[in-house]
Write a protein that binds this ligand. Structure first.
Ligand code: IPE
Ligand code: IPE
Ligand code: MG
Ligand code: MG
Ligand code: MG
Length: 295
């Protein structure tokens, strides 16, 4: 590892601190009690996560020589979209969860209307962050790609397929689940991992390949944690997927094969980084972390 390459833990901590800092700055000037409640809910939803997506955006920007101020806006933007997706994912009409990041979900702490609106406002805030002057013309491809990664062909589309599968006549096949995952979780992770190359106007293919393998490994690990995890550690309810009758990588492959598949994907993710040499060591560590994490 070269001396100016930060270790993974430190870099992830920095991504978390940066997300908190920009959240405090962006969402802290209420002009009424209702506005204050909305901003409180938005900051609440942004806090306490791993900030993996912010980390990926910051690291890919560093690898492509992008300045930190611009990279920070990209990192913040994707955490806003992610936080919005989680608020809505937890709603009674979706997964109906009471616990997120070890705290009551937004609709439990406030109410459903506040949760829907805080999610909506976080989505808008993400695109506002990408319009920050520090990004200049680099914003345009980032905005286009984030819209694609978030919308019907990305996260929202994947959520729709995921919900539809719960009541489908026949359970999803492994290929079907992979198609859901590519949109539901994969699209935002691919966006994050490729953000630096996109900002630089350089070849994004290796980072997109890394992000695709990482994203799939990440969702397999999420499904494994739902079975093997401890809610006191994961900070969210466990055994939800089986309760909902959801086909997951674990229900289809079994635990051992799911773990084996995830480990193979980590190797694939690391191989995609070969052109970056030692400089990409924290991204390799991130790939290993994704399948060994306990939350
Ligand atoms: C959880 O994402 C939801 C999925 C996309 C599977 P994370 O595990 O990254 O959640 P936080 O941000 O750390 O809470
Ligand atoms: C949600 O997937 C993914 C998104 C929010 C897009 P899950 O429903 O499996 O996530 P958790 O387990 O509630 O975090
Ligand atoms: Mg869900
Ligand atoms: Mg959920
Ligand atoms: Mg899950």
């Amino acid at each position: 590892m070269s001396s100016d390459t930060p270790g993974f833990e430190a870099a992830l901590g920095r991504a978390r601190a940066l997300t908190e800092e920009l959240s405090g700055r962006a969402f802290s000037s209420p002009d009424s009690a209702a506005h204050e409640a909305l901003l409180d809910a938005m900051r609440y939803a942004l806090s306490g996560g791993k900030a993996l997506r912010a980390f990926l955006a910051l690291e890919s920007a560093r690898l492509h020589g992008q300045d930190e101020a611009a990279a920070a806006q990209a990192a913040f933007a994707v955490e806003c979209i992610h936080a919005y997706s989680l608020i809505h994912d937890d709603l009674p009409c979706m997964d109906d969860d009471d616990l997120r990041r070890g705290k009551p979900t937004v609709h439990r702490k406030w109410d459903e209307a506040t949760a829907v609106l805080a999610g909506d406002a976080l989505q808008a805030a993400a695109f506002e962050a990408l319009c920050h002057p520090s990004l200049g013309a680099r914003a345009v491809p980032l905005i286009r790609r984030l819209a694609e990664a978030s919308g019907h062909g990305g996260m929202v589309g994947g959520q729709m397929m995921d919900i539809a599968a719960e009541s489908a006549e026949s359970p999803l096949t492994v290929q079907g689940i992979e198609a859901v995952q590519r949109r539901k979780t994969g699209a935002l992770i691919r966006w994050s991992a490729s953000a630096g190359a996109v900002m630089a106007g350089e070849e994004a293919e290796p980072l997109l390949r890394y992000g695709a393998a990482l994203g799939l490994a990440f969702q397999i690990a999420d499904d494994i944690l739902d079975v093997e995890g401890d809610a006191a550690v994961t900070g969210k309810a466990v055994n939800k997927d089986a309760e909902a009758g959801k086909a997951t990588f674990v229900s289809l492959l079994g635990l051992d094969a799911a773990k084996h598949r995830a480990a193979g994907l980590v190797d694939e993710a690391c191989e995609a980084l070969s052109r970056y040499g030692d400089d990409a060591e924290s991204l390799r560590e991130a790939a290993r972390f994704v399948i060994s994490r306990e939350k």
